[in-house]
Design a protein around this ligand. Structure first.
Ligand SMILES: [Zn+2]
Ligand SMILES: [Zn+2]
Length: 276
């Protein structure tokens, strides 16, 4: 699967990283803890860092992109402070000493005081200029933490929704490295409801119709053409695919919570996606 990466999902926007195997109800699901590189004319920005185990893969993918002439890494944007999103943060800042960390930077200085001077706050509407395109902080509709921000690439209209549009894929069906629209045997409502059930617990207690309406509003407001989620496969046909993911969110909200027993029975690494 890593052979398909880096994969350019929109001009100058590259999908990198690796899958993580998860067991659920006797099946092996694959999830992504993806990262994305946006190449501007003068600077590149990495969105998310992948899971700590993925850093060697992500570093190799970045190396391949820089060897192809992508501008140097000047910015790292992470959607929130959870391991699959920012677990490689220290290693990225160490490996790329000119890189600034951007977003909601609460608490990172506690883990990495040596990099505090390289941390920059962003609020809604703030933009990072990459030359010819920028990355803007936008409303995080599906927010896993209080500190979550989403981001929009302004030229190609690529939305980076963090834990939004989170769903696993079927390794056995060869879905690894495919776009959502290419994974034709993937039951999107089912995998998105499974992910919400296991990893986005709060969706049980919220009116997901309101969240789905807000997602539609955000997509419309920013003219989003591509979705680049951290855990799901990238979406390039917004009109056709987004409603399928939303159907899963709405279905999961109506199901009783099922994660706990499964986690107890299946012990060991990767038994369930604990951190979304
Ligand atoms: Zn996979
Ligand atoms: Zn997550």
């Amino acid at each position: 699967m890593a052979g398909k990466m880096p994969r350019e999902i929109a001009p100058g926007v590259f999908w990198i990283g690796d899958c993580l195997a998860q067991r659920h109800k006797g099946k092996i699901y694959h999830g992504y803890n993806a990262a994305y590189l946006i190449a501007g004319e003068t600077a590149s920005c990495l969105v998310e860092t992948g899971h700590p185990k993925d850093f060697p893969v992500i570093e190799r993918h970045l190396g391949e992109l820089f060897a192809r002439g992508v501008p140097p890494l000047k910015y790292l944007f992470v959607t929130h402070q959870e391991t699959p999103h920012c677990g490689g943060l220290g290693r990225v800042l160490k490996t790329f000493p000119d890189t600034l960390l951007c977003g909601d930077v609460s608490d990172y200085h506690l883990a990495f005081p040596q990099y505090e001077h390289r941390m920059r706050w962003m609020y809604e509407g703030d933009e990072i200029d990459l030359g010819g395109r920028s990355l803007m902080a936008v409303e995080p509709v599906i927010r896993d933490l209080r500190t979550t921000w989403w981001a929009l690439e302004t030229r190609e209209r690529v939305l980076f929704p963090g834990d939004g549009f989170a769903y696993s894929h079927y390794h056995e069906d060869g879905h690894c490295g495919l776009l959502a629209e290419e994974a034709t045997s993937l039951d999107l409502p089912d995998v998105s409801s499974t992910f919400a059930d296991l990893a986005l617990f709060w969706t049980k207690f919220a009116d997901m119709n309101a969240y789905c309406d807000r997602l539609d509003f955000l997509i419309e407001r920013h003219g989003v053409k591509t979705l680049a989620p951290t855990h799901g496969l990238p979406i390039t046909d917004v009109k056709a695919t987004v409603p399928k993911v939303q159907a899963g969110l709405k279905a999961a909200a109506l199901m009783p919570e099922s994660g706990t027993n499964e986690k107890t029975r299946l012990t060991g690494a990767g038994a369930a996606p604990t951190a979304a």
